[in-house]
Design a protein around this ligand. Structure first.
Ligand code: SF4
Length: 344
């Protein structure tokens, strides 16, 4: 248990296995968060999969790469990244001179954790001439061993840009890898068997059953996260009628939400995205393909964690400068090849 309290809190902040608790997201809390952010000269960034209260108190809400770019351009010298750890690392890689804080450094990502730097070193040693392509859901160390990063928006373009005679090592997401292999028809592409555990909530049968039960509904797939790359793959396998499926980035999804003539839209992504969609188009009934598709790491950024972060300046994200330099190059190569969208 930490001893941190604030005037509006009735109990001390508690630290448990699921993260920091003990603070309600009241209007007074939001006011205190805004005050502390100003005092620290910090900008608050929140990923789309954050709790609604965290999204509502932030300066910017979006995908990881979009937020990292906002971080790099922000006038403030401190970035508070409400998301998971690899995202805060990416912000640090792109803004090395800024202080980057994450409200709880234990907020990891099962997809990023599915390959370590040592495992990648071994894999590379088995394929010394291969080009390494990594999805953005990777640690800074893995990005530092990568030739080109990719997002789900530009993974096909990134792989297609590589000499067809060169082997490709694609990691860590096996569903995105399978999708890219199918589209490019490339045989010399090896795919790491990683996945996001939130995937388990979005399977083909469930997707097909939901679509059948709501025949007039559109299906929005937001594949900028490991939790929805399986839906991207399954849509391509014909589990849902082609004309009903829209594969969209965050911005594209919000535009499509405002423009849709459908009364109901099924959404294949982490459930946090529903908050943004319902705000954008209150007249549309947005339903999660699977309402259990909720990332527990994202939800570790609680009101208590954000309060503690701004009060104590913790947890600070550090990336070794040499690793950051190499990782930055792999991210910049990605940006040079094609539109990366917003990242996860
Ligand atoms: S939803 Fe999956 S891929 Fe996204 S942060 Fe959570 S564990 Fe990682």
């Amino acid at each position: 248990m930490t001893t941190t309290t604030w005037a509006g809190a009735h109990t001390p902040i508690q630290d448990g296995p699921g993260g920091y608790t003990g603070v309600e997201a009241t209007p007074e809390w939001a006011e205190e968060i805004r005050r502390l952010a100003r005092e620290r000269n910090a900008t608050l960034l929140a990923h789309n999969y954050q709790l609604p209260a965290i999204q509502d108190v932030a300066d910017h809400v979006g995908d990881s790469l979009a937020l990292s770019r906002i971080a790099a351009e922000a006038e403030e010298d401190t970035i508070v990244f409400c998301g998971v750890h690899f995202m805060a690392e990416t912000a640090k890689i792109l803004s090395p001179a800024k202080t980057v804080l994450i409200p709880d450094e234990r907020a990891g990502c099962s997809l990023a954790d599915s390959i370590t730097a040592d495992q990648l070193r071994e894999w590379k040693a088995d394929h010394p001439d291969a080009v390494v392509v990594s999805y953005v859901n990777t640690t800074a160390e893995v990005k530092g061993l990568t030739d080109i990063c990719c997002t789900s928006s530009n993974a096909v373009d990134v792989v297609a840009s590589i000499d067809r005679d060169r082997e490709v090592l694609f990691l860590p997401d096996q569903f995105l890898g399978a999708h890219v292999k199918r589209v490019t028809g490339r045989q010399n592409m090896h795919i790491w068997a990683g996945e996001c555990h939130v995937h388990a909530g979005i399977n083909g049968d469930e997707l097909a059953a939901k679509s059948k039960a709501h025949p007039d509904a559109e299906l929005f797939v937001h594949p900028e996260c490991g939790c929805a790359t399986s839906a991207l793959y399954l849509a391509g396998e014909g589990f849902v009628a082609d004309d009903k499926v829209k594969i969209l980035s965050t911005g594209g999804m919000l535009d499509a939400a405002r423009a849709t003539g459908a009364k109901q839209v099924l959404v294949a992504t982490e459930v946090g995205m529903l908050h943004q969609l319902r705000k954008a188009a209150p007249g549309v009934d947005f339903q999660a393909v699977n309402d259990r598709a909720s990332c527990p790491y994202m939800k570790m950024i609680t009101p208590a964690a954000l309060l503690r972060c701004l009060q104590e300046g913790k947890d600070e994200v550090h990336v070794d400068p040499a690793v950051a330099e190499r990782a930055r190059q792999s991210v910049q190569r990605m940006i040079a090849i094609g539109n990366p969208g917003g990242g996860e």
